[in-house]
Design a protein around this ligand. Sequence first.
Ligand SMILES: [Zn+2]
Length: 83
Amino acid sequence: MGCRTRDERSALLRVVALVGNASQPVVAVLVPDERGRLPGRGAWLHPRPDCLDLADQRRAFPRALRLTRAVDLTQVREWIVQH
Ligand SMILES: [Zn+2]
């Protein structure tokens, strides 16, 4: 999604939005789905900071995940930094 180049699924990280986060109703918290098994719509990107930043700048996450709320990428960013 970020850099718009196609790749094998094994080279990409799936990201999903956590649902039912009542403590932060105005923000959709996005989390990495390492095993590709979490339910709901997923967005795929390269697990690299540049790809994440591009996707964020293009507001690709709300579009891909059909979200109307602002997205919180903290957990995805931390995961990428650690891997
Ligand atoms: Zn990419």
